[in-house]
Design a protein around this ligand. Sequence first.
Ligand code: ATP
Ligand code: MG
Length: 582
Amino acid sequence: MNYEPIRKPDISKIAVKPNLLDYKKFREKFRWEDVRRELEGFEDGGLNIAHEIVDRHIKTPLKNKTALFWEGKDGENEKYTFYDLYKFTNRFANVLKGLGVRKGDRVFTFMDRIPELYICLIGALKAGAVIGPLFSAFGPDAVKDRLKDSRAKVLVTIPRLVKTVHEILGELPDLEIIIIVNKRKSPYDLQNMEVRYEELMDRASEEFEIVKTRDEDYAIMHYTSGTTGKPKGAAHVHQAVLGHYATAKYVLDLHPDDIYWCTADPGWVTGTSYGIFGPWSNGISQVVYEGGFGASHWYSVIEKYKVTVWYTAPTAIRMLMKAGENVVHKHNLKSLRYMCSVGEPLNPEAVIWSLRVLGLPFHDNWWQTETGCIQIANYPAQDIRPGSMGRPFLGVTATILDENCDKELLPGQEGNLALKSGWPSMFRTYWNKEELYKSRFKGNWYITGDRARKDEDGYFWFVGRADDVINTTGHLVGPFEVESALIEHPAVAEAGVIGIPDALAGEIIKAFVSLKDGYTQSEELRIEIKNFARKKLAALACPKEIEFLPSLPKTRSGKIMRRLLKARELGLPEGDTSTLED
Ligand code: ATP
Ligand code: MG
């Protein structure tokens, strides 16, 4: 499938000049040491993420700039300047210190996207803790697995979720303190181990001397999305902020006057790297919306806050496409100037749709929990090739390796996507799984577990996760290509493609599709979609079977779980489903 490139904007005609004007030139002169100099660090050479994203701004005119516009799920609003964040996070750091938290202790959060979540995470970094944000929709097993594996000492949660925690307390010998944040003042009696956030914060001082962490001290751990198996705890160090800062500047193209909105929850790496660290290390105002997805709600947020830069995910974009154009026209979205996407392959159809309907294309970028920050991206001053994740970030070397990960392949050849190790934000271990961590490297290369190819101009094209690639009659077929073709059919909202074992072909391709509103499944439609795919794809990549599903199984971060489609199809055990969406 070939799509016309979307030409970069005429720089002389746009009001906001991209931070990254010339990819080649910037790449040549880029040095991570220079990025480090744009940040502040401590006099004796240490570094703490909290200092870079909040405290250093207090000595500048950014002090009274709004850092956070909060929109509650019931329509409440709050605003916090960088100075407000400075004072509140100092208080919380004092609270933790008073509770006996020491450098390296794990402090986890399990709460909704309320301002206190951000205050607690940053305050904990100031106290030298290693933070671990958990998504508020997790059930007891998911919370238990993560608290147990990380041996968390403190958990910050809210009355609505505390029942989940009580169910698992018996299995968490390392957990010592539970801090209850009761923003909405619901009646709640404290239990054993529990303390009240509001009381402690009231008593805490606004002055705090930040714990002088070093570049290589652990700062945050994130469990991966669980798309391919049991989630792993990727641990990151304070130095990672160099990556968040530089990519937010050059890929998200954040400028001083921007109002930025990242739709990801801090329970996933995107929601911390780009919902906390990236924008605030650049001194940018951002919106946090507590509510969940809803096309009309989301467009209202953009309209109300005049969002200029928007970072979201393919699953959300596909849902916006499903919701249709009428709802778009009910909102004034003129403030938007730049849009990015991450998390799954972005189907070309979604790029074309956004350009036509929203007037701007989504810029896809690729990275992982393990990489800590964006590694491959489309940039504002560069043509977009729909379906491509773009080119490696400045300071990042990406390549395609052969089957054994020994040899670099040529442009056009498909293989294992690998990154030259050594970028500041790369994970330093999988918590309690050092062997697995080591197994992800070969020589100087970090093996990503994804398959891709690169073209003559250095654009990378995602093929599929190594686990998901289908081997049919001796040919490897990536599910992304097939899924992208299927969702071009007007009735198809989402598609998930797997290989099922076959005596003759090795594997045959089966597609699961969910339909857009207003379409009903029928034998005719199935045949029509099959024929449609046949026109778009090489014969061997055409699905032999198509099954309709009301919706596809997805992780809570919105990724299609092909391993679950496969397990269900083959009647095999489902494996870890702790991150499965309801
Ligand atoms: P797990 O490692 O537990 O199976 P996961 O890999 O989904 O879960 P994340 O670290 O959240 O956990 O996701 C990273 C993966 O998401 C990438 O390895 C890739 O497969 C996919 N991904 C992210 N962005 C893109 C993109 N722009 N295009 C294609 N795939 C992407
Ligand atoms: Mg992964």
